[in-house]
Design a protein around this ligand. Structure first.
Ligand code: ADP
Length: 258
C-alpha cells in the first residue's frame, strides 16, 4: 500500500520572480510541512521578503507555481493558458495565510481590541461578541490583556507588534508569514515579540519567518533556509546550518552577522 503523505502547507515549485529587468529569483522550489517553523536567513537583497510576499499574493510571480494546502494559488489554467487568480480567489488564500509585517500598520484611530475584531467581523462574519471574546483571549495570549483599550500611539513598538500578531491570529490562519517582524523595533523590545512567536511555534502553527535574529532561528526553527542572490544555497536543521555548514557563502554570511 502506498504510504499516504500529508499535504504540505506551502509548496513553491520552480518559482521565478522579476521586477522589470531585475531577476530576483529563478526557479526556486521550497516545501514547508504542516506545523513546521521555517526561518529564512541570508544577506540583504537576496530575495527573502519577496519570496514570502509571493506566497501571500503581494507579488505576482512570472513562472512556476505556488500551492497552499495542496491548492494552486498562483495561477490557474483557463483554456490551456495561465490566467491570474481572481481577487476573490486571492482573498480566500490570504485568509488561510496571515502575514506580520516589519511595520505593524495598526489602524491608528482604533484601540488594540478594535484593531483585532474588525476583520473577523467583516470578513469571517463573526458576531461582535464572538470576535471580542476571541480577541480578548488573543490579547491575553500575547500578554496585552490590560492594554485592550489603548490606541496604537499609546503602545510601545513591541506592544504594537504583539497586537498586530494577535490581529493576524484572529483570522484563524493556518500559516503565518513573518517579514522581519522585529527589525523596526528598539533592541529592548525585540525579545517580547520573539517570545510570542516562539510560543506560536511551540503550539504548532505553521510559520515562515524572514529574520536577522540568528538566536531565534537557532532556537525556534525546525528548518533554516539560507538564501543568497535569489538562490536557496543551503537548508537544514539549525545545528547543521549554524554549527556544521561547509557552504562558504553560508559561513561568510554567518560570520558577518555574528
Ligand atoms: P531581502 O528580503 O533578502 O532583503 P528583497 O526580497 O527585499 O530581499 O529584495 C530582493 C531584490 O528585489 C532587491 O534587489 C530589491 O532591491 C528588489 N526589490 C524588492 N522589492 C522591489 C520592488 N517592489 N520593485 C523593484 N525591486 C524590488
Amino acid at each position: 500500500m502506498a504510504e499516504s503523505r500529508a499535504v504540505p502547507a506551502v509548496e513553491l515549485r520552480n518559482v521565478s520572480k522579476s521586477f522589470g529587468n531585475l531577476k530576483v529569483f529563478d526557479h526556486v522550489s521550497l516545501t514547508v510541512e504542516r506545523n513546521e517553523a521555517v526561518v529564512i536567513i541570508g544577506p540583504s537583497g537576496s530575495g527573502k521578503t519577496t519570496l514570502i510576499r509571493c506566497i501571500n499574493h503581494l507579488e505576482e510571480i512570472q513562472d512556476g507555481e505556488i500551492l497552499v494546502n495542496g491548492t494552486r494559488v498562483s495561477h490557474k489554467v483557463v483554456g490551456g493558458k495561465r490566467a491570474p487568480l481572481s481577487e476573490n480567489e486571492k482573498t480566500a488564500n490570504r485568509r488561510s495565510v496571515g502575514m506580520v509585517f516589519q511595520r505593524f500598520n495598526l489602524f491608528p484611530h482604533l484601540t488594540a481590541l478594535q484593531n483585532i475584531v474588525e476583520a473577523p467581523m467583516h470578513v469571517l462574519k463573526q458576531t461582535r461578541q464572538e470576535a471580542t471574546e476571541h480577541a480578548l483571549a488573543l490579547l491575553q495570549r500575547v500578554g496585552l490583556a490590560d492594554k485592550k483599550d489603548q490606541y496604537p500611539a499609546q503602545l510601545s513598538g513591541g506592544q504594537q507588534q504583539r497586537v498586530a500578531i494577535a490581529r493576524v491570529l484572529a483570522m484563524k490562519p493556518e500559516i503565518v508569514l513573518f517579514d522581519e517582524p522585529t527589525s523596526a523595533l528598539d533592541p529592548e523590545m525585540v525579545g517580547e515579540v520573539l517570545a510570542v512567536m516562539k510560543e506560536l511555534a511551540g503550539n504548532g502553527i505553521t510559520m515562515i519567518v524572514v529574520t536577522h535574529e540568528m538566536g531565534f532561528a537557532r532556537e525556534v526553527a525546525d528548518r533554516v533556509i539560507v538564501m543568497d542572490k535569489g538562490v536557496i544555497i543551503e537548508e537544514g536543521s539549525p545545528d547543521q546550518i549554524f554549527s556544521q555548514s561547509k557552504n562558504a557563502r553560508t559561513v561568510s554570511f554567518l560570520k558577518r552577522v555574528a
